[in-house]
Write a protein that binds this ligand. Structure first.
Ligand code: NI
Length: 262
């Protein structure tokens, strides 16, 4: 395992797997065995937030992380485990077993080609338990299939919104108005990425307080407009640019450690 990152790329196009040829990928693997998978969700984000928030933010963080590090970035897995958001129009969810199978199969595909370090940039809390379970299953499958990389295969789940510096910045910007879902920090990143979303911003009534998460009907009853304790109206595109930069810096350290560790 090489201990260093490939080095900054000229632009994000240079590190998108979707824009490489197979000989490009073979050549890349001679120098680096790491790759980044953005993982999001397609789910309601309150009455003013975009359905694609978790996928858009994870992909943006992943692409900028790839640009700065030179590590390849796969297409985003835009569907996640969002069963509890199905009470709101537009949400599209994978059941936990489905997401586990998807992440398992994606990891195994990459491992088959010789990728040894799979770094998942995640934008949705509901994906965490399932993705970790998928990793555990992938290690077993890699070994049982006798893949040459089996003993070296490592997967890491890196939740950009939970990186220490991001949480500190969100706390400084929004205090307890950050909440736990449709948060101003994640909405700010989407405003930075897409000008059209700014027109949706408007003052909202007091949100339901944070609490338990069970099924979709219970979620809608507890959190009638989809927010959990958050005030996304506090979000600005400028905050979003800063939060994105903070997230990428934090995850770059995480990625470097991950790629160089035994
Ligand atoms: Ni979200």
């Amino acid at each position: 395992m090489n201990a260093t990152l490939p080095g900054p790329a000229a632009n994000t196009e240079a590190i998108r797997l979707a824009l490489q040829s197979w000989p490009d990928v073979e050549a890349y693997l001679k120098g680096c065995k790491g790759i980044i998978i953005p993982l999001g969700s397609t789910e309601q984000h309150g009455p003013t937030g975009a359905i694609g928030t978790d996928a858009l933010t994870a992909e943006a963080v992943a692409l900028e992380l790839g640009r700065r590090s030179g590590v390849l970035v796969t297409p985003a897995q835009a569907y996640g485990m969002a069963e509890h958001h199905l009470g709101f129009a537009g949400t599209m969810s994978l059941q936990p077993a489905t997401l586990m199978a998807v992440m398992h199969d994606l990891v195994l595909s990459l491992a088959t080609h010789g990728f040894e370090r799979i770094f998942v940039v995640n934008g949705h809390g509901g994906n965490m338990a399932t993705t970790k379970a998928a990793f555990a299953q992938a290690y077993g499958t890699a070994a049982s299939r006798g893949l040459p990389v089996a003993s070296k295969l490592r997967c890491r789940l890196s939740n950009w919104f939970m990186a220490g510096p991001v949480m500190r910045q969100a706390r400084e910007l929004y205090g307890d108005r950050e909440g736990q879902h449709a948060t101003p920090s994640e909405i700010a990143v989407t405003l930075h990425l897409h000008d059209s979303l700014i027109t949706k911003q408007r003052p909202l009534p007091e949100p339901a307080p944070c609490g338990a998460i069970h099924g979709p009907a219970d979620f809608r009853r507890r959190y009638p407009d989809g927010r959990m304790g958050s005030d996304p109206y506090l979000a600005t595109p400028e905050h979003g640019a800063e939060l994105l930069d903070t997230a990428v810096s934090a995850l770059r350290e995480d990625l470097e450690t991950f790629l160089s560790a035994a």
